[in-house]
Design a protein around this ligand. Structure first.
Ligand SMILES: *Cc1c(COP(=O)(O)O)cnc(C)c1O
Length: 478
């Protein structure tokens, strides 16, 4: 047995590379990252290749490892050269983010030290750090210091946690589900509907509240819908407002929705996954006024703080509601109890063991302070205004001034179907690849959208986009 143990120890020893081997591997990895970053300006925002990285499949997992050069080659030729490049400043589709470098270093340290950020007992420091990030978010949202929350993998899980918390706080057991009502709009992000289904609420009544001409929830319509539902014996319990819709960047009237929700006894969830961080700017504070009335808010650092993918957050005003929905005691965790100086993330989310996400947010905030983030966010708002002004000058139709940093616009061609034309226009821009834009359907019309949220998007990116759009319209108009 001892001999076998010694053999196995030796065979497994590659799992712990020595300092020299670590350095060699690390240097190659760092060099790869540097090549990517120094070339980012010339990399396409979208790269269409016919093979779509299928070559990766020719190198299956095997008993023997490869060396780092071979592995990085596989990565470069099969992963990092195909599809979207969300790290590019030219990535102006869906909702950008970017990927702040210091976050990557935070992830590196979190992975090397592998702290157990799930439990205060496991890593008091890591838990304090994550709770500190939540308190900072609570502070910028105007929530009281007693608020709690969780750093999630993204906005979808943040919305799920909020919906589950609202369900339990309002006592929506299975018998109540069919008579209970949730209010939202056609512009609510689909992750909310997904959360509703996962939370066992798909048999609730979903009321899609009419919107104004700028795709914001009509608060008057919300109020009358709640009243009429109550009169008809239904149980209104949750309103989901968008603080920046994905499609158009519209902000629902949060102040009024907050007042109505409070008066009618509904849980008010604000989905600020995209728009929340604009509250750090002067203009954003005005646009997002009323968000402090929400019972819960989703806000995505991997969007508005430009962090790499993998960080959303939910903040809930009443910690007990959040805890009641997520707390569990297990006998194998009995040694981890007893100390409650700080609440543990695992008591506030579906997760137990998890990535120490706080470090990827804390490190850039500590190194940079908030100032450059605020400046970048203000720049995005201004770039959206600039793009809107210029696109109208070029002859595009654009129904409304942007609320935040998403601009919607479409070209009306001299002849032919405008929907087909705008689809083709988007395709031409995407094929070109220097910038990436996406399209949507608003009021049944194919509409182009420009979402400005990468910290790498600047005036020259927007000027280039305008030039490409003009070029492609000319091409298509013949
Ligand atoms: C992006 C987004 C989500 C979903 O967030 P993920 O981080 O992609 O899971 C939810 N709501 C809104 C408004 C969003 O923009």
């Amino acid at each position: 047995m001892i001999r076998r143990l010694q053999q196995l120890e030796k065979a497994a020893s590659a799992l712990e590379p020595a300092a020299g081997k670590r350095k060699k591997t690390r240097d190659k990895v760092i060099a790869y990252g540097e090549e990517f970053l120094t070339g980012i300006e010339s990399l396409k925002a979208y790269d269409y290749t016919a093979d779509k990285g299928v070559g990766l499949l020719d190198s299956p997992v095997s008993e023997q490892g490869l060396d780092i050069e071979q592995v990085l080659d596989l990565l470069k030729s099969n992963v990092d050269t195909h599809g979207l490049n969300p790290a590019s400043g030219g990535y102006l589709g869906f909702i950008p983010g970017g990927g702040i470098y210091y976050s990557a270093l935070g992830d590196y340290l979190a992975d090397v030290t592998n702290r157990l950020a799930a439990l205060f007992f496991g890593s008091p420091g890591a838990v304090r750090m994550e709770n500190m990030m939540i308190s900072w978010l609570a502070g910028i949202l105007g929530f009281p210091a007693t608020a709690a929350g969780n750093l999630t993998s993204g906005g979808s899980i943040a919305n799920l946690i909020a919906v589950v918390t609202a369900r339990d706080a309002k006592g929506i057991g299975s018998k109540k589900v069919p008579v209970s009502v949730i209010y939202l709009t056609q512009q609510t992000h689909h992750s909310v509907q997904k959360a509703i289904r996962i939370a066992g609420l798909s048999e609730c009544i979903l009321r899609y509240v009419p919107m104004d001409s700028q795709y914001r929830m009509n608060a008057g319509e919300l109020e009358s819908a709640i009243r009429s539902d109550k009169k008809n014996g239904f149980n209104p319990f949750l309103v989901v407002a968008s603080a920046g819709t994905t499609d158009t960047g519209a902000v629902d009237p949060l102040e009024k929705i907050g007042e109505i929700a409070a008066a009618e006894g509904l849980w008010f969830h604000a989905d600020a996954a995209y728009g929340g961080f604009f509250i750090l700017t002067e203009e954003g504070k005005i646009k997002l006024a009323g968000i402090e009335k929400a019972d819960s808010v989703s806000i995505d650092p991997h969007k508005g703080m430009f962090l790499p993918y993998g960080l959303g957050a939910v903040v809930v005003k009443d910690m007990n509601s959040l805890r009641n929905s997520h707390y569990y005691l297990a006998s194998y965790l009995q040694d981890a109890q007893g100390t409650n100086e700080e609440i543990s993330p695992s008591d506030l989310s579906p997760e137990l063991t998890k990535h120490f996400r706080g470090l990827r947010m804390w490190l850039p905030l500590k190194l940079l302070g908030t100032k450059p983030f605020v400046a970048a966010l203000e720049e995005k708002l201004l770039l959206a205004k600039y793009f809107h002004r210029e696109i109208v000058k070029l002859g595009f139709e654009s129904a409304c001034e942007p609320d935040l940093s998403v601009v919607t616009y479409r070209w009306i061609p001299k002849t032919g179907n405008p929907d087909d034309f705008n689809k083709r226009l988007a395709e031409e821009v995407v094929k070109d690849g220097r910038v990436f834009i996406s399209s949507t359907v608003l009021d049944g019309k194919v509409t182009l959208r420009l979402a400005i949220l990468s910290f790498r998007t600047h005036l020259k990116t927007i000027r280039l986009t305008l030039e490409i759009l003009r070029e492609k319209v000319e091409l298509l108009e013949g």
